[in-house]
Write a protein that binds this ligand. Structure first.
Ligand SMILES: NC(=O)c1ccc[n+]([C@@H]2O[C@H](COP(=O)([O-])OP(=O)(O)OC[C@H]3O[C@@H](n4cnc5c(N)ncnc54)[C@H](O)[C@@H]3O)[C@@H](O)[C@H]2O)c1
Ligand SMILES: O=CCCC(=O)O
Length: 628
């Protein structure tokens, strides 16, 4: 291990945030067969750590733990879940430096950018801690007068979350934040290249008091973990960020048990610079979108389309800027371009560049491996690229900017949309009309107008076409973890057959309660108010099997009348059972007989209903025993 890596590793170990085990049911766990997998520093090739290499058995246990934890976690109040998430967020921010170092160590991005990722990643936890309290349902205006229609949002259940290496923290929190906020529990499978950040984030989740089993981490054998998640009937949702190839496999695998699926897949972002663009703004935006994370983001510009009138000026200024990008180990001061993740990533970049050159493109800057060796590649610009070349058809996922020349707006739109991907697109123009026109014509889920950095926790992130399904972040991000239950309640006084029963005035409350228990076939009796000394109106709620007692009304100092009603059975649903009496008021006629009673109570769904009972009801009333 080189000195640099060794020192950082020692510091991180001392902080307790560099761990190597998976997390199952709140317990740090080795692979059951003891297997491990090495995690490398891409800047030096050093082995940072050996982590548990897990598979089917560990994943099944993690799923069971998540399933067991779901019962409790989903029933916490939104405020409680929110408070757990907020504590986790605070810890992530408190450990921003260490987490940033871990990211640079295992993923390679410059430390400043890595610490930026921690802030970005943590923002999803903060945002969804707040959103947890806003998972509102709906009341739908009914087509019939006697019914009420509701939409109840419920957590989908256990979630399998599979994430990539390019944002080792943010791609996890963008899934886990909304999942936990909604009441789901999660099994996370981080990339085998960057598990350390995921483990550290899970450690902080445990420290924040998130209960065991709510968040589990398994890593190692990707297909085996993936298949276990797909095959388990306990897993109700798969959320994946990664390549389109793997995304398609997971989508197909989820079909068998019809799991809910959301996919954040690869992009092929066009960055269109029009003649009327502000050159400085276009340069800044194009640099930011192309070279962020050394070109290894799904929203990185993959093709830079430049209109012919500004082509020379733009390419020359862009080339100057790119030549000055400092490449190196992410821990070194001033470095803005780190290494690529591994050797095969460099080989892919090389082959794409080679293909473009063979087909007539020209290297304007860079174009080869960097003299630093390992997986460093020179920041590169290639001119005269055509949209048919490999580099314009597929994600290069490296620091290479292919430039395509175009003449008209229509041509730019046609080239931009000529791809299976549809994640992010960028346009640079000073024309408001063109901004709207082109933004709306682009078949992309995200469009940056005069802006190269588009990601934020408050806006929906996701793609059209083969770039994925669903959205992450923002209020829309919650939908991916919710089921919508439609409930219909019929509310009708005609269905309620009221029965009044005269009973003796009891000496004390317990006698009364026992009498009710005996006579009303048993069940739970809940004293809503203290009935000691029975006033003119007292309220008692007794829920019995088939019968309910909602009120006691004193008619005479020697008599107590109990209002009993059968629970209404409607299409197999027991409903119209009031559960909390607010007020019972009665009036008497001139002979002192009760002629009306109004019972105000909370209905099962929290409306207050007024039941007005007129004297007619009492005339023909029967007792429970008579009915039986
Ligand atoms: N749209 C987005 O939000 C977004 C964000 C980040 C990255 N990405 C995309 O991710 C890709 C780069 O990430 P990557 O190389 O880690 O992607 P990848 O598809 O190779 O791997 C992603 C994850 O899937 C796992 N995996 C691989 N094969 C699997 C299988 N058979 N079953 C289950 N899991 C499996 C990997 O171990 C990893 O955890 C790029 O295409 C990039 O565009 C997309
Ligand atoms: O790589 C894709 C995610 C990048 C982002 O969230 O901005």
């Amino acid at each position: 291990m080189s000195m640099g890596t060794e020192t950082v590793v020692a510091r991180l170990k001392a902080s307790g945030l560099l761990q190597t085990k998976g997390l199952i049911g709140g317990k740090w766990t080795d692979a059951y067969d003891g297997r491990t997998i090495e995690v490398n520093n891409p800047a030096s090739g050093d082995v940072i750590a050996s982590v548990a290499c897990m598979g089917e058995k560990e994943t099944k246990d993690a799923i069971s733990s998540a399933y067991d934890a779901f019962g409790h976690w989903s029933k916490l109040t939104a405020a409680d879940r929110s408070s757990h998430l907020r504590k986790w967020y605070n810890l992530l921010i408190q450990h921003k430096e260490e987490l940033g170092q871990l990211i640079t160590l295992e993923q390679g991005k410059p430390l400043k950018e890595a610490i930026g990722e921690v802030g970005y990643g943590a923002s999803f936890i903060e945002f969804f801690a707040e959103e947890a309290k806003r998972v509102y349902g709906d009341i739908i205006p009914s087509t019939l007068p006697d019914r009420r229609l509701f939409v109840l949002k419920q957590p989908v259940g256990v979630v399998g979350a599979i994430t990539p290496w390019n944002f080792p923290l943010a791609m996890i929190t963008r899934k886990v934040g909304p999942a936990l906020a909604c009441g789901c529990t999660v099994v996370i499978k981080p990339s085998e290249f960057t598990p350390l950040t995921a483990i550290a984030a899970a450690e902080l989740a445990l420290q924040s008091g998130i209960p065991p089993g709510v968040l589990n981490v398994v890593m190692g054998d990707a297909p085996s973990i993936g298949n276990s998640l797909l095959e388990s009937p306990l897993v109700r949702k798969i959320t994946f960020t990664g390549s389109t190839v793997v995304g398609k496999k997971l989508m197909a695998g989820a079909a068998d048990s019809v799991k809910k699926v959301s996919l954040e897949l690869g992009g092929n972002a066009p960055c269109i610079v029009f003649d009327d663009a502000d050159l400085e703004v276009a340069l800044k935006g194009s640099l930011a979108t192309k070279f962020r994370n050394s070109g290894q983001t799904c929203v990185c510009a993959n093709r830079i389309l430049v209109q012919e009138g500004i082509y020379e000026k733009f390419t020359s200024a862009f080339s100057n800027a790119v030549q000055n990008l400092k490449v190196g180990n992410g821990f070194n001061e001033g470095v803005v371009q780190g290494p690529l993740i591994n050797e095969s990533a460099v080989k892919k970049v090389e082959s794409f560049v080679q293909d473009a050159i063979l087909k007539g493109a020209k290297v304007l800057v860079g174009g080869k491996r960097h003299s630093l060796g390992f997986t460093f590649y020179e920041p590169t610009i290639i001119g005269d690229v055509k949209n048919e070349m490999l580099i314009a058809r597929q994600e290069v996922f490296g620091p290479v900017a292919p430039i395509i020349r175009f003449k008209t707006e229509e041509e730019a739109i046609q080239i931009a949309n000529d791809t299976n991907a549809g994640l992010a697109a960028y346009i640079f123009t000073n024309s408001i009309k063109r901004s709207w026109r082109v933004s709306e014509a682009l078949e992309y889920g995200i469009v940056g107008v005069n802006e190269g950095l588009v990601s934020t926790e408050v806006a929906p992130f996701g793609g059209y076409k083969q770039s994925g399904l669903g959205r992450e972040g923002s209020k829309y991000g919650l939908d991916e973890y919710l089921e919508y239950a439609y409930l219909i309640f019929v509310y009708t006084e005609a269905r309620i057959h009221l029965v009044w029963r005269k009973i003796e005035l009891f000496e004390n409350l317990s006698d009364l309660v026992w009498m009710l228990f005996d006579n009303l076939s048993g069940g739970l009796m809940e004293v809503v108010e203290d009935v000691e000394g029975l006033g003119s109106v007292d309220t008692l709620e007794v829920v019995t099997e088939g019968w309910g007692c909602v009120g006691l009304v004193e008619m005479d100092p020697k008599e107590v009348w109990v209002l009993v009603f059968p629970m209404v059975d409607w299409h197999g649903l027991t409903c119209v059972v009031p559960y909390e009496i607010v007020e019972v008021v009665h009036s008497k006629d001139e002979k002192g007989r009760i002629n009306s009673i109004v019972i105000r109570c909370y209905h099962v769904v929290d409306w207050i209903v007024n039941w007005v009972l007129m004297s007619d009801y009492f005339e023909g009333s029967t007792t429970r025993s008579e009915r039986d």
